[in-house]
Design a binder for this molecule. Structure first.
Ligand SMILES: NC(=O)c1ccc[n+]([C@@H]2O[C@H](COP(=O)([O-])OP(=O)(O)OC[C@H]3O[C@@H](n4cnc5c(N)ncnc54)[C@H](O)[C@@H]3O)[C@@H](O)[C@H]2O)c1
Ligand SMILES: [Zn+2]
Length: 360
């Protein structure tokens, strides 16, 4: 399955999704790398241990650059190591970086590619569900700063995204489920058929059956590609992708990024948004119940009973400054449809946070 991403007049690229693609990278990259292109693979020790042999079998290239992944490694010192390896390998401006990893490596490798020699081409080979449905598409690359997440970055689109659902089999259950919450997000903001499919096929999806996963990942990529294509620089439409993220980010921040996987915090954030929408009469009770039930079926989330709603509000207030004084809230107004509102009051939010289980 090939999904085109239209990102500016000269920057179109494709997302290729198929079971088994990881073992045939050179073949599939032929369209984006002329004969003789120098390729440098970037991955992490863990991912390389699990999938390196498969990658190397299909993409003959020199030893990969291996750097740690995980959120703590997503910083400039790790990017430095990538620069060093590229310089030592005499990589010139025609070299291509092939990033095999989750969202952390994708963002970090994409940033290294955006800045090394003022920009070289790169290919994303996402290996987590989150990266396949979200971070590998859209060209937002970057790293964290000690004072905040994703503060250093650029827009730099990959030449190609290659997603192989089979690589997801080695993900931990928790990591995989965290990605599924982002899948639920896409369904709620833009696709009733995807939502119905999730409800119907959840056992097979959770079991990572190839036949069940492929259409789900493809639909998410189609939605992300469409949104990104319509709003490359995140001026308007792209905001709908933030559904569940306003409260989700606040929960992550007040628990110091230690308690939740990102998707798990987004699950709570979606509950907050849905609760607000229902309370305002914008979301029908049966749609609310449908979402609630799907989230519950996805399994237990880390507890929030000890998290202070006031602290979360404070964190959101901080976010609000970033958005020029207005808090933009994405509310679901049906399964597959959203509205962006700017008039959510703090008492309303406090009530919603309490309703999903936070303490005062
Ligand atoms: N650029 C964007 O538009 C965008 C969008 C969403 C999220 N992000 C970023 O993505 C990052 C999170 O990405 P993530 O959730 O993929 O985390 P991650 O890259 O840290 O990967 C999570 C863990 O899974 C392991 N892993 C990766 N692939 C594996 C596999 N196939 N089998 C077994 N283990 C594997 C990794 O080693 C790591 O320990 C965050 O930094 C976030 O800011 C970016
Ligand atoms: Zn997210």
């Amino acid at each position: 399955m090939r999904i085109p991403v239209h990102a500016g007049p000269r920057e179109g690229y494709a997302v290729e999704i198929e079971n088994g693609l990881l073992g045939g990278l050179a073949e599939i990259m032929r369209s984006v790398s002329p004969e003789g292109t120098r390729r440098v693979v970037l991955s992490s020790p863990r991912i390389w241990r699990l999938h390196g042999a498969t990658v190397a079998a299909g993409l003959p290239s020199p030893d990969p650059i291996l750097v740690p992944d995980g959120e703590r490694a997503k910083q400039l010192t790790t990017v430095q190591r990538v620069y060093e390896a590229l310089i030592r390998a005499n990589a010139d401006r025609t070299a291509q970086l092939v990033v095999v990893g989750g969202g952390v490596l994708g963002d970090l490798g994409g940033f290294a590619a955006a800045t090394y020699l003022r920009g070289i081409a790169y290919v994303q080979v996402p290996t987590t569900l989150l990266a396949q449905v979200d971070s590998a598409i859209g060209g937002k690359v970057g790293v964290n700063h000690a004072l905040g997440k994703n503060l250093i970055g650029a827009f730099h689109h990959p030449r190609l995204v290659v997603s192989d659902p089979l690589v997801l089999r080695t993900l931990s259950r928790r990591e995989f489920r965290a990605g599924l919450y982002e899948v639920v997000k896409y369904a709620v903001i833009a696709s009733r058929p995807l939502f119905d499919r999730l409800v119907e096929d959840l056992p097979q999806i959770v079991a990572r059956q190839a036949a069940a996963l492929l259409p789900v990942i493809s639909e998410c990529c189609r939605i992300k590609a469409e949104v990104v294509g319509a709003d490359e620089r995140e001026h308007g439409l792209r905001r709908i992708l933030n559904f569940g993220h306003t409260a989700g980010h606040a929960l992550e921040a007040v628990t110091k990024y230690r308690r939740f996987r990102h998707g798990e915090a987004v699950a709570y954030g979606m509950r907050v948004a849905a609760w607000l929408a229902r309370a305002r009469g914008a979301l029908a009770p049966d749609a609310y119940d449908g979402l609630d039930e799907l989230l519950t079926r996805l399994g237990p989330l880390p507890a929030v009973g000890d998290v202070s709603a006031a602290a979360c509000l404070e964190a959101m207030r901080h976010d609000k400054k970033v958005l020029r004084g207005t808090l933009h809230f994405v509310l679901p107004v049906g399964i597959g449809r959203t509205a962006i509102v700017t008039d959510v009051t703090e008492p309303e939010l406090a009530t919603a946070l309490r309703a999903i289980g936070l303490r005062l």
